[in-house]
Design a protein around this ligand. Structure first.
Ligand code: CA
Length: 266
């Protein structure tokens, strides 16, 4: 079994907690669980969780507050568990920095598939398979000078674009030398656009990027999935302090998706 690191389950319902515990253990995680929000925050910190499942309704502090606290020290992959038809909750969760959400009741297989697909792309220091070396995608850039400049390095590549540097080996991003704390989903989306040589990525393309192998070419992609990508992009823009009138990195292609802004003369 592959050792995927530590998962923390924060859930007050004992039945759901046990189910999540079993699913994650079976997937290859060392699992610790907490029944309250405060215990969950402490456990996520002490155990250095790489994955966290987080219930919205907890007896002490709610899941959104737990998420806010966890994001102050952790870039773990956070899946929020929300109630049925609580669309506002899912958007709030993503805006608060959750990577994904699952609506209760959920199919254990779905949770496991989403999480294991994501964990194949670990960050520095995380255990699991190392990321394959990434060069620029095959073929020539569609427009010379539009591609993010890639500098190949041992085991990875650093992509540079308008003051931004994204390191595929350490999975870190810096803006003019200052590190940006991105979530896994934000990193993956930014990586996809930077390596895309200015080509348009549809929202559906980007859903596949954040959901990984679980979403294959023929998988139905819902409006909610696409909206989740929009929220992640919104978070990214906030962290990048993008000027919406004059973006340096992420350009919206109305009705379609996103592309990388052209390279500027510095
Ligand atoms: Ca609950």
């Amino acid at each position: 079994m592959i050792d995927l690191g530590v998962a923390v389950v924060i859930e007050d319902d004992a039945d759901v907690r046990n189910l999540l515990d079993a699913v994650l253990q079976q997937a290859g995680f060392e699992v610790h669980s907490a029944a309250t929000g405060r215990d969950g925050v402490d456990m996520a910190r002490e155990r250095r969780a790489s994955v966290i499942t987080l219930d919205v309704g907890l007896p002490d502090i709610d899941g959104f507050e737990v998420l806010r606290r966890i994001r102050q020290f952790s870039d773990a992959y956070v899946v929020m568990l929300t109630g049925r038809d609580e669309e506002l909750d899912t958007i709030t969760a993503l805006q608060g920095g959750a990577d994904d959400y699952i609506i209760k009741p959920f199919r254990p297989r779905e949770l496991r598939a989403r999480i294991t697909a994501m964990m194949r792309r670990p960050r520095q220091g995380a255990v699991g398979e190392p990321e394959a070396p990434v060069g620029l995608p095959g073929g020539l850039p569609s427009e010379p000078g539009l591609a993010a400049a890639g500098v190949a390095r041992r085991g990875g590549t650093v992509l540079h674009h308008n003051g931004l540097a994204l390191d595929t080996e350490t999975r870190t991003v810096a803006l003019r030398g200052t590190p940006l704390g991105l979530t896994r989903s934000e990193f993956d989306l930014l990586h996809e656009l930077l390596r895309g040589t200015g080509a348009v990525r549809t929202r559906a393309d980007l859903v596949r990027v954040v959901r990984g192998e679980y979403y294959r070419e023929d998988t139905y992609i819902s409006e909610a999935d696409e909206r989740a990508v929009e929220v992640h992009i919104g978070n990214l823009r906030r962290k990048l302090r993008e000027d919406p009138q004059d973006p340096r990195w992420l350009v919206t292609v109305r009705g379609v998706g996103y592309r990388l802004a052209p390279k500027r003369a510095e």
